[in-house]
Write a protein that binds this ligand. Structure first.
Ligand SMILES: N[C@@H](CCC(=O)N[C@@H](CS)C(=O)NCC(=O)O)C(=O)O
Length: 203
């Protein structure tokens, strides 16, 4: 299996962390989406990463589908609980964490356009989603060590990946001061080699 990914994609990081936690051998293929010959579109019509290319050439996307596939490849330490109720909560955490990523990335991309072409209302709208999302994640975590049933799961990985993205692109936000529960969770995540070794590097 091969994973098309980029080092700064929080969605791809989620998959990379899951692969390490599950000890599944995946060949990592870094791609640059802006390259005209980038292979992603050949495997995902949406042209988005991550994409997992299976041994038979079929491909899986998006990150939520890939993590479910990997989690079921081995019974070792399930990251998506088998229990339905716990699973739904884990997936809701993931949906919110990914949704904050969507908004944070959209605001960054808009902010990279020439200043006179930027839509400041659109940026403010996306930043509102980031702020509300972070507050909800912080409140929901409370004093718990892990997101759901105090057991490490995909919810924690998804949360760690959005916080890692903020650390990369939103250092000015001071989210660690504002959201101390999230800051504490992030410190716990960084103790895991799967998370530490997949940290994004700015480009
Ligand atoms: N919901 C998707 C989001 C994937 C996504 O938006 N990836 C970004 C990179 S961080 C991308 O490929 N963007 C290129 C594009 O939108 O054309 C997932 O979870 O995999």
């Amino acid at each position: 299996m091969k994973l098309l990914y980029s080092n700064t994609s929080p969605y791809a990081r989620k998959v990379r962390v899951v692969a390490v936690e599950k000890r599944i051998d995946v060949t990592m293929v870094p791609v640059v989406l802006a390259d005209p010959d980038c292979p992603v579109k050949d495997h995902n019509p949406l042209g988005k990463i991550p994409v997992l290319i299976l041994a038979d050439g079929d491909s899986l996307y998006d990150s939520r589908v890939i993590v479910e596939y990997l989690d079921n490849r081995t019974p070792l330490a399930h990251l998506i609980p088998q229990d339905h109720s716990a699973k739904i909560w884990v997936r809701r955490w993931e949906a919110l964490a990914d949704g904050v990523c969507d908004a944070a990335i959209a605001a960054v991309l808009e902010g990279r356009r020439p200043e006179d072409a930027q839509d400041t209302a659109a940026i403010a709208k996306q930043l509102g989603k980031v702020e509300r999302g972070l507050k909800a994640l912080n409140d929901d975590l409370g004093n718990n060590k892990w997101c759901v049933n105090d057991t490490f799961s995909l919810a924690d990985i998804a949360l760690g990946c959005v916080l890692g993205y903020l650390d990369l692109r939103y250092q000015h936000l001071d989210w660690k001061q504002q959201y101390p529960n999230l800051a504490r969770h992030y410190v716990a995540m960084l103790k895991r080699p799967s998370f530490k070794d997949t940290a994004p590097v700015s480009n």
